[in-house]
Design a protein around this ligand. Structure first.
Ligand code: FAD
Length: 321
């Protein structure tokens, strides 16, 4: 068991991301009864400290600075390296999110440490921690352990079960004395392309539209269904290429990788590159008018028919729930 595990928690758009709790739960597996320390970077993020403790952190380090409000490689790398130096943990876990994917390899390179990237599970076998990660676009899994330097991994969101929130847990919160030097980039302004809604990467329910949706207008029934189910809307690359929606919605090999509880593929054929981004979803429902569409091979529930009939019917039915 590691004596001390440092985990990076994540705030985005003023909200603590669920993956923070998942990463703490993974840290707890490695630390056992030893210490799990959560590092939270941002600007005025102290309100989140208690929730991190209630979800299993023993101690929270707050790195607060206006230049940490939005992620930049330079600033986050400096803070993480500083905290690693001050805390000397045995293990470091970072969410495999856009910021995590960017900063983690830089930390590993700087420390000359091994790193497992994009793990979906881990097991502790004696002194060894074995991580499971998908390969070949999710068609196979391999097991990896870190054999040099810090025990270090990034964890794919939505795969590790967070610990149950326990409001009776208490822990210490302290400030990191942030000294950012020679930042090569700072974020001046963030201009959002999409408006609010549920974050695709963390959504429990995703309604994804493909070229079968036929137009930007055709996505409207999908948004209505997503609203009723409290989910997010995603898309195939076919739909993005056809300009029915923004590329930020693209799911697949060259888009986002998602693992929601429920994935509803609407008018999507099921190309291998699309499956790479969603085939590990817990329950897959496919709606397609072509009974031979390959998406049905991975679907738990197959609805053959016209999406413009089926999607509004589903919305009506779920509204009654
Ligand atoms: P289509 O294959 O055209 O399928 C449309 C489906 O809609 C059909 O099955 C049709 O039967 C159905 N349909 C039509 N009308 C209706 C209706 N009224 N009701 C019900 N069903 C209807 N794709 C991705 O999605 N994500 C990626 O990340 C990705 N990366 C790629 C990377 C590379 C290097 C390459 C070469 C390709 C990549 N692709 C990716 C593209 C991929 O190969 C497919 O072209 C794409 O996924 C097809 O999108 P689609 O299923 O929406 O469209």
């Amino acid at each position: 068991m590691a004596e001390k595990v440092l985990v990076l928690a994540e705030v985005r758009d003023g909200e603590l991301r669920n993956v923070s709790f998942e990463t703490i739960a993974a840290g707890r597996k490695i630390a056992g009864d030893n210490e799990v320390v959560a590092l939270l970077c941002g600007d005025q993020v102290s309100d989140f400290s208690e929730r991190l403790i209630h979800h299993g952190a023993d101690r929270v380090l707050l790195a607060e600075h206006s230049d940490l409000k939005n992620y930049t490689t330079d600033a986050y790398k400096q803070v993480i390296l500083q905290v690693l130096d001050e805390e000397s943990p045995d293990a470091l876990l970072i969410p495999h999110t856009s910021p995590g994917k960017d900063v983690a390899p830089r930390i590993a390179a700087k420390l000359n440490s091994g790193m497992v990237s994009d793990a979906v599970d881990l097991e502790v076998a004696g002194d060894e921690v074995i991580f499971t990660r998908p390969i070949y676009s999710g068609k196979a899994f391999e097991k990896q352990s870190v054999t040099s330097g810090l025990l270090f991994a990034t964890l794919r969101p939505n795969n590790i079960q967070p610990l149950e929130e326990d409001p009776s847990r208490s822990g210490e919160t302290s400030q990191v004395s942030v000294e950012l030097k020679d930042l090569r980039t700072v974020v001046k302004e963030v201009v959002k392309k999409t408006s609010g809604g549920v974050d695709l990467a963390e959504a429990n329910v995703i309604i994804a539209g493909g070229r079968g949706v036929k137009s930007e207008e055709g996505f409207k029934p999908l948004y209505e269904l997503a609203d009723v189910l409290g989910g997010a809307v995603g898309a195939s690359r076919g739909a993005c290429d056809a300009e029915y929606c923004d590329y930020s919605l693209q799911i697949g090999q060259t888009g986002k990788v998602v693992t929601p509880d429920l994935y509803i593929a609407v008018g999507i054929s099921g190309a291998i590159q699309h499956l790479a981004g969603m085939s590990n979803s817990k329950v897959i429902v496919a709606i397609n008018k072509d009974a031979e569409a390959p998406i049905f091979d991975v679907a738990d529930y197959s609805l053959t028919g016209d999406l413009f009939d089926i999607v509004p019917l589903l919305t009506e039915e779920f509204k009654k729930e």
